[in-house]
Design a protein around this ligand. Structure first.
Ligand code: ATP
Ligand code: MG
Length: 361
């Protein structure tokens, strides 16, 4: 059996640095590695509607933004199938069957669902669709027989829930579905990049993001106002590295060659950190260094985006072709699922013949 990737993003806004280090950059590398038979990249609009039901226009407007972010980072429709979730109706049918294999209490225990419910202040008014979205994610993953899900740490409980559904399905109905594995970024800080405000996660919903499509000036401003160590008031004060977002971002983005290029007074990140901790190194200097690194990474992405923005109808055509292709694959899996669940009545000649015999007797 070959290796297959499925991963995606909710079109609730443009993509940010958290998406980039948590999943997007890796996807592009994996896409180009030649090690995967198929790569499916999904824009999860149906999932985004589970907590944006009253704002469909937001989702509609952001589909193209996410598609442009994908293309500008190097996802390539000739190597990956890029598609829109709602255009693959088979996914809903799979969810409907998987719902019977999951208990309410198991969903309530899902840590990501718990945190996200708190974050959205749903309290007792949780939409059923939102509550059950881990099941819908299981459909997305299994419909494509994905073996590998490159994602950030917040997705770990989702992939675990999918694995449970797969095991349950296969044990009840016979070996049909494939158990996926999550592929987390190797660099720990990239598994959950904090927001510019120092909050635990950079997230569209929290408004603490540096977007891939931000202008150079926006990025500079956001970096210069980033959360650091509140106790580090004068330059000569000793500073803290832990929980200091600027250093966390350096852990995520800084490579040894950046010092020679942008900050030749220091030989390595360890040296820079040691000076900060000792005292005598100001935030502004460190922030300027981070800004140079980020600008270098983001500049080619911004330039490619400008090019793709010149052919928006072409991007929609690419999404339509991808959605048609994804639908064919999902339909094949759904047919297998129906057969396994014994709800393929009209394709089963043996059933019809045996019933005929029974009633003749
Ligand atoms: P929303 O607030 O609408 O949920 P989001 O910013 O959390 O949006 P998602 O679309 O839910 O983004 O996540 C898409 C992918 O990006 C997932 O694989 C997720 O793990 C990864 N990701 C999102 N934010 C981060 C982050 N701050 N650090 C690392 N990975 C992240
Ligand atoms: Mg999210």
């Amino acid at each position: 059996m070959g290796k297959i990737i499925l991963t995606g993003d909710r079109p609730t806004g443009r993509l940010h640095l958290g998406h980039y280090v948590g999943s997007l950059k890796r996807r592009v590398e994996l896409q180009n590695s030649g090690e995967y038979d198929k790569v499916f990249i999904m824009i999860a609009d149906a999932q985004a509607l589970t907590d944006n039901a009253d704002n469909p226009e937001k989702i509609r407007q952001n589909i193209i933004e996410v598609a442009l972010d994908y293309l500008s980072c190097g996802l390539d429709a000739s190597k990956s199938t890029i598609f829109i979730q709602s255009q693959v109706a088979e996914l809903c049918e799979l969810s409907f069957y998987y719902m019977n294999l999951v208990t309410v209490s198991r969903l309530q225990r899902n840590p990501t669902v718990k945190t996200e419910i708190q974050m959205r202040n749903f309290e007792t008014s949780i939409p059923v669709g939102f509550f059950t979205y881990p099941i819908s994610q299981a459909s997305d993953i299994t419909a494509f027989k994905a073996t590998t899900v490159p994602a950030g740490e917040d997705q770990e409980p989702m992939v675990e829930q999918t694995r449970e559904i797969v095991r349950k399905f296969n044990s009840v109905y016979g070996e049909t579905l494939v158990e996926p594995e999550i592929l987390l970024p190797e660099n720990c800080v990239c598994q959950r990049l904090p927001g510019t405000d120092g909050k635990a996660k950079m997230s569209k919903s929290l408004g603490n993001c540096i977007y891939l499509s931000d202008t150079a000036e926006d990025v500079r401003k956001k970096v210069m106002s980033m959360y650091t160590d509140p106790g580090h008031i004068r330059i000569e004060d000793p500073g803290k590295i832990e929980g200091n977002t600027v250093f966390t971002y350096l852990d995520a983005f800084c490579r040894p060659e950046h010092f020679a290029e942008f900050l030749p007074d220091y030989a390595s990140l360890d040296e820079l950190k040691a000076h900060y901790q000792r005292g005598g190194l100001g935030d502004v200097k460190v922030k300027k260094f981070l800004n140079s690194i980020l600008q270098q990474e983001l500049e080619p992405i911004r330039a490619r985006r400008k090019e793709f923005e010149q052919d928006i109808p072409g991007v929609y055509r690419m999404l339509k072709d991808g959605s048609d292709k994804a639908r064919e694959t999902a339909a094949r899996t759904l047919a297998e699922v129906r057969r396994a669940m014994r709800i393929d009545y009209f394709d089963d000649r043996e059933l019809i013949e045996s019933q005929a015999l029974k009633f003749k007797a």
